[in-house]
Design a protein around this ligand. Sequence first.
Ligand code: GUN
Ligand code: FE
Length: 410
Amino acid sequence: MVTILKGNIISSEKLDKISIYEKSFLVAEDGVIVGIYKSLPKKYSKYKYIDYKNDLIIQSFSDMHIHAPQYAMLGMGMDLQLLDWLNTYTFPTEREFKDPKLARKIYKDLAKQLISNGTTRVCMFSSLHTDSTIVLMEELEKVGISGYVGKVNMDRNGAPGLEETTEESIKETNRWLKECKKFKLIKPIITPRFIPSCTDKLMEELGNIANENNLPIQSHLSENLGEIAWVKELHPECEEYWDAYAKYNMWNNKTLMAHCVHSSTRERKAIKDAGVYVVHCPSSNEDLTSGYAQIRKMLDEGINVVIGSDVAGGDHLSMFDNVAATIRASKARNIIDNYKTPFLTVEEAFYLATSAANKFFDEKPGLAKGNKLDVIVINDDKLPRVRKLSIKERFERTIYLREKDAIKAV
Ligand code: GUN
Ligand code: FE
């Protein structure tokens, strides 16, 4: 099938600069991008196209760290720091997802909200419940979202009704992986919650499962000072937090580590050397007062950085808001660093929420040939203005501000 969209196309091909194709055609075949053209090649002249006139057509977002069950507590309980927050609010919420019917209801709504806000790819944590995790994967596929979902593993330090035995955790992971074979867009990712949630035996098994099946891995790293001290107690043999993942073969270029707020020079070097992805979660890091990650420094060091909403540690599901939060967090960092660390521009933060994630999915940056056709169409006619704005100005503004119904299509 041929899809042709016409409009003002914005493609984030480089970290620091968007490319603008005014009144151009974006052509895809079977959902895969063929090219962007100023005038439509002859080959496509017999096809109908959708003319979005003066609207913006931008890349849609990848939310690279989000907890599906926590959508049910979005905007609640942000008066605590991480470890107390988990015990007081999060674990009791996740426990309810033992019920696949409840999961169906919440996850259907979540999938709809994600797609209507322009999030077309995810790396997502479910809860520890296998059947509800399958429900989540079904609901995401139904709306056309692609990416990875993980059944969470936790065999220690959970809560009443929210913990597995080591054997259960392994057995359920294997059962889940078998059931995952039916999905096309959503694939499994191995998901040890974080070091305090998983015994050494479980970590060892999960590392083996990931490596034998060539599966990616997602977890949390150096988010909160209390958490880091706890990991040190649990793993006195490890010099730093990350060593506890590396020890179990969970440290490679298919590993996503959320937060990395307090990562040392040594930890950042290990991240860079292994090609591990840092998932920056700026909303969450403010909401749970975890701190301000050193994103500029990480980028300068050549680390792969992508963005996550971390719902519901983060209070924003929309990645537009998380791009704005990324910029604001980097400005806080700029202030903390006596104005010495340059903050991120709109273009840079947008790149991290779109093209930087493409690499994790083995795609090229921008709306490149061969990439999936994942775009958002935005109409900004109703926003106040006193003069004609450039496309770049309209793009920048769109990140911060959109009228109701501004998103015309995803
Ligand atoms: N660390 C372990 N579990 C969680 C979680 O659910 N959210 C966040 N932000 N950090 C975690
Ligand atoms: Fe998280």
